[in-house]
Design a protein around this ligand. Structure first.
Ligand code: PEP
Ligand code: MG
Length: 752
């Protein structure tokens, strides 16, 4: 001990440039300063960034007399929660160690004993502790995390704070406490953050999957995760989330606060040592990262970047799966299943539904996604991207045929139209000559036109079947269907791919039909090439040039609607025209497509309750919302494109090129493609909302960009008075809660 002390004093002097002070007041002063300085260490900064805590908030220091848990076998120390922080069960949950200090418990160096053991070992102290738990919980009206020390048989409470908990525990505790009368339902809603709810939606391991379980540890933080094993935090940061974006599992002997950034970059955490209150367990639970800790069957060798278990070696880069719900460690990747939403989860969401004003719809384009979203509480589809159906199995060749034939057909038809116009003005011999030319042009137009129409005719039944499935899954709920949007080249192979194919085929099979086909596709891709395809021939522009495609889509939609409605399920299609920037685009397309819709309904003798509307995705549409609203029963803000066009940032490239640097240097407060930019995009949306409602008070307004599932953006949508948000099926429960919390914070200061 003397040698250790001497070395420590020397280390101090070297590090701080002054000897360790002998004056206790000076020691205290330096200790206090050390706490203040800790505000700006790397792990504190990482924590605040993750938790969105302002960096200028500052901290406080509390000075207390010390008690000692390492004064013999009648002393000890521990950490306990007033309820189970993993499941939310109403039971005192924690661990302690006799003859030890707090550091020994949290550092995970010694594996502590469950608190229930204390009840046997020292019933009086346990009872006293249980009473303190009850008093503190009733006082703070929340689940508390309590640190205690027993010094020579006497219990001291060192500190208590609101306990960190898993998403599942947050939901159960909030619902239980509301049912116990400790808090109101509104408080319960404000207690569960959307991030915590999101955790409950973590996928679980398929119980029927064949697994190679190689070890078992403590199930410290629920959910399953697969990824490559990585053995230190720096590598995790480099390879994981925010770095190369690989899925990784951080494997450590134990973790300490310096590992925080690496832990946040990981899908899951596995430690050899440490209990349920170890650093790894607490951090993982708090951030919703699946974790298995105290897995003593494995031996982690950080130097060699591998771990050993039962004679088996798992090296850095090998794939493993951890199941934080059961504590299993599994070799390789594993099939995961979506979670089920019952019990307290369902109850909390029903309370949310009673409070929220915003509707919640889903973005879905298959019957399966629709069904899942409806199970999660979606009130309809807010965005069905019809072109996704073009990518399905067996359809691509037909779509490619359509794309190849369409420009040829259009060019040939344009020649016919030009000759017809010329002929009207011509006379005599010239007219006769034109007649002949026209006859030839008409004949030349026939083949590509037939090919184009032929492809559309073959696509129509596919689209119709898709919609039949979706309408059935919706069971009468509304369905916003967005007509074809992306530029046509997206349905073709890339230019590079085709070039490679053509070059190879020319060398190996110069007369093959595959070569002719590849060459035709290559020509088409080159003809469709644009410098800025996202600002090019897409959305309604494509529909105006090639109206036959959307006519086919609307025919398919209404034929499907007729079929499903005839079977007794009402159908409410809402036809949405994308990327409108000028009212005339919507006016012309609506006129044409509404005529098609009427024709299908008239032929079937069935009336469908339909609407027409548009997306607001470019600034001009937002600025002229009053003009556009005259031709639309609804608007849906396509905030992916709207963010792109308002900022002038490419949604496909910005993140990789400069956006992360902007975020790091705090040029932007958050990624505008994730969280709506309130001051710019949000302001423009508000302008459009007001302008649209002024001319069309019944217009329905929603959002279907990715922001529709982001809690902060949902709050903005609530504030500017949208009618609904739409997001991916798995975000639907989160959106229901976020919408309720938005309503509560507007009504009163219930939200933090
Ligand atoms: C949008 O732009 O926000 C949108 C929903 O459409 P997409 O993402 O398909 O362009
Ligand atoms: Mg868009």
């Amino acid at each position: 001990m003397e040698e250790l002390t001497r070395r420590f004093l020397a280390h101090f002097e070297q590090h701080y440039g002054q000897p360790f002070p002998a004056d206790p007041y000076e020691q205290l002063r330096l200790a206090i300063l050390a706490v203040f300085h800790s505000w700006n260490n790397d792990r504190a900064i990482a924590y605040r960034e993750r938790e969105k805590i302002p960096h200028d908030l500052g901290t406080a220091v509390n000075v207390q007399a010390m008690v000692y848990g390492n004064m013999g076998d009648d002393s000890g120390t521990g950490v306990a929660f007033t309820r189970n922080p993993a499941t939310g069960a109403k039971e005192i949950y924690g661990e302690y160690l006799m003859n030890a200090q707090g550091e020994d418990v949290v550092a995970g160096v010694r594996t502590p004993v469950p608190i229930a053991e204390l009840a046997r070992e020292n019933a009086a102290i346990y009872q006293q502790f249980a009473d303190v738990c009850r008093i503190l919980e009733e006082h703070y009206r929340d689940m508390m995390d309590i640190e205690f020390t027993i010094e020579r048989g006497r219990l001291f409470i060192l500190q208590c704070r609101v306990g960190k908990r898993t998403g599942a525990a947050a939901v159960k505790i909030a619902v239980d406490m509301a049912n116990e009368g400790l808090i109101s339902r509104e408080e319960a809603l404000s207690r569960v953050t959307p991030e915590q709810l999101d955790q409950v939606l973590h996928p679980q391991i398929d119980p029927n999957a064949a697994l190679t379980v190689i070890a078992r540890g403590l199930n410290a933080s629920p959910g399953a995760a697969s990824g490559i094993a990585v053995f230190d935090a720096a590598t995790a940061v480099r390879l994981g989330k925010g770095g190369q974006g690989q899925q990784i599992i951080l494997v450590r002997p134990e973790t300490n606060p310096d590992d925080l950034r690496g832990m946040l970059a990981s899908e899951g955490i596995l430690t050899e040592r440490g209990g349920m209150t170890s650093h790894a367990a607490l951090v993982a639970r708090g951030f919703g990262i699946p974790a298995v800790v105290g897995c003593e069957a494995i031996h982690v060798d950080v130097e060699r970047r591998e771990f050993h278990v039962d004679g088996r070696v798992v090296r850095e880069g090998d794939e493993i799966t951890i199941d934080g719900t059961t504590g299993r460690v599994i070799l390789g990747r594993v099939a995961l299943l979506p979670p089920s939403l019952t019990g307290e989860f369902g109850e909390l969401l029903r309370w949310a539904d009673a409070v929220r004003r915003l509707g919640v719809r889903t973005n879905a384009d298959t019957p399966e996604d629709t069904e899942r979203a409806v199970e999660f509480g979606a009130e309809g589809i807010g965005l069905c991207r019809t072109e996704h159906m073009f990518f399905a199995e067996g359809r691509r060749p037909i779509v490619q045929q359509m794309i190849l034939a369409a420009p040829e057909a259009k060019a040939a038809q344009a020649t016919v139209a030009r000759l017809e116009a010329e002929r009207e003005k011509a006379d005599g011999a010239h007219r006769a000559h034109l007649e002949e030319e026209l006859r030839q042009a008409r004949a030349a137009a026939e083949e590509p036109t037939a090919r184009y129409q032929g492809a559309l005719d073959r696509l129509l039944p596919f689209q119709r079947e898709d919609f039949v499935g979706i309408f059935r899954a919706l069971g009468g709920r509304p369905c916003t269907i967005r007509l074809i949007d992306p530029p046509l080249h997206e349905f073709l192979p890339s230019r590079e791919q085709l070039l490679e194919q053509v070059i190879t085929l020319r060398a190996t099979e110069p007369t093959s039909p595959q070569l002719a086909e590849a060459e035709r596709l290559l020509t088409a891709v080159e003809n469709l090439h644009e410098q800025n395809p996202m600002l090019g021939l897409r959305g309604c522009r494509l529909s105006i040039l090639y109206p036959e495609i959307v006519t086919m889509q609307v025919t398919a939609i209404f034929q499907a609607a007729v079929e499903v409605q005839k079977s007794g399920i009402p159908v409410r299609p809402e036809i949405m025209i994308p990327l409108v920037g000028h009212v005339n685009e919507l006016r012309v397309l609506r006129e044409q497509l509404e005529a098609t819709a009427r024709q299908v309904m008239a032929e079937a003798g069935v009336e469908i309750d339909y609407q027409f509307g548009t997306m607001i995705e470019v600034p001009r549409a937002a600025l002229t919302a009053d003009e556009i609203a005259r031709y639309a029963e609804f608007f849906s803000f396509g905030t992916n494109d709207l963010t792109q066009t308002v900022f002038g940032y490419s949604r496909d490239d910005a993140e990789g090129k400069f956006l992360y640097a902007y975020l790091e240097r705090k040029i932007l407060p958050s990624n505008p493609f994730e969280t709506l930019d309130a001051a710019g995009v949000g302001k423009l949306m508000q302008l459009a909302v007001e302008a649209a409602r002024a001319v069309n008070p019944t217009i329905k307004l929603g959002i279907c960009g990715e922001h529709g599932g982001d809690p902060e953006s949902i709050a903005l949508c609530h504030r500017i008075g949208l009618d609904y948000v739409s997001c991916s099926p798995f975000r639907v429960p989160v959106a229901r809660l976020a919408a309720a919390r938005a309503a509560l914070s507007v009504a009163g200061p219930a939200d933090k």
